[in-house]
Design a protein around this ligand. Structure first.
Ligand SMILES: [Mg+2]
Ligand SMILES: [Zn+2]
Length: 216
């Protein structure tokens, strides 16, 4: 048991240093944001990778082919009060078009680039199987989201799924998240096949919709 005088002193120091920090406008802004994160930490954004964040040239895996889609940085910056997850089907691994290593190198390149803009991806879940394997992790199946729900305490009903394919919109529906179709990647083709909660031109428009929806 700590002695009460010391405890009182420590409390005072903490209070004072917090007051000092709050005089810094930059800190004050971050602090407000963090408080918001505290409130929202169970509400997350789940993103597809290819055709949603990066240009999809078909089984994209070469670092040289890495290219962010337009407005991705701006969109993800807007979403920085949410935890961001990626869930991606990578049957190219199962089909031996590329190796798991290539996939990871490509992700590292992407994480580096996003990191330069202070964007953090909490976790990347990937399914390496081909559809014929009938695994439980290939979108629109829920294995990864169920895992994340448990591990991160996510409230899926309050969360968002963004992607360019039918499997993404269906993943959102299966998980009872709100689903957003982006018209990048395969989005224009997909549009005729699905009924998402919102159709966005790109990730920035999707992020703007989420920010508005979050205020409700
Ligand atoms: Mg995609
Ligand atoms: Zn799988």
């Amino acid at each position: 048991m700590k002695d009460p005088i010391r405890r009182e002193l420590e409390r005072k120091w903490r209070r004072e240093s917090q007051q000092r920090r709050m005089q810094n406008p930059e800190y004050r802004e971050r602090y407000k944001e963090y408080q918001k994160i505290g409130k929202n930490k169970n509400k997350v954004v789940i993103l597809d990778r290819d055709g949603t964040i990066v240009e999809d040239t078909g089984y994209v895996h070469k670092v040289e082919d890495f290219k962010l889609l337009p407005n991705v940085i701006e969109g993800l910056r807007k979403l920085r009060k949410f935890m961001i997850f990626i869930v991606t089907n990578q049957s190219g691994i199962g089909r031996r078009v590329y190796k798991l290593e290539d996939f990871k190198k490509f992700n590292d390149r992407m994480i580096d680039e996003l990191g330069k803009h202070k964007i953090k991806i909490e976790r990347i879940y990937y399914c390496p199987h081909v559809p014929e394997e009938n695994c439980g992790c290939r979108k629109p199946k829920l294995k990864f989201l169920k895992e994340a729900e448990k591990q991160y305490g996510i409230d899926l009903k309050k969360s968002y799924v963004i992607g360019d394919k039918k499997a993404d919109v269906e993943l959102g529906r299966n998980a009872k998240c709100k689903s957003i179709l982006v018209l990048t990647g395969d989005g224009n083709k997909t549009k005729k096949e699905v009924e998402p909660d919102f159709v966005a031109k790109d990730l920035l428009e999707a992020a703007e919709w989420i920010i508005e929806d979050d205020k409700k």
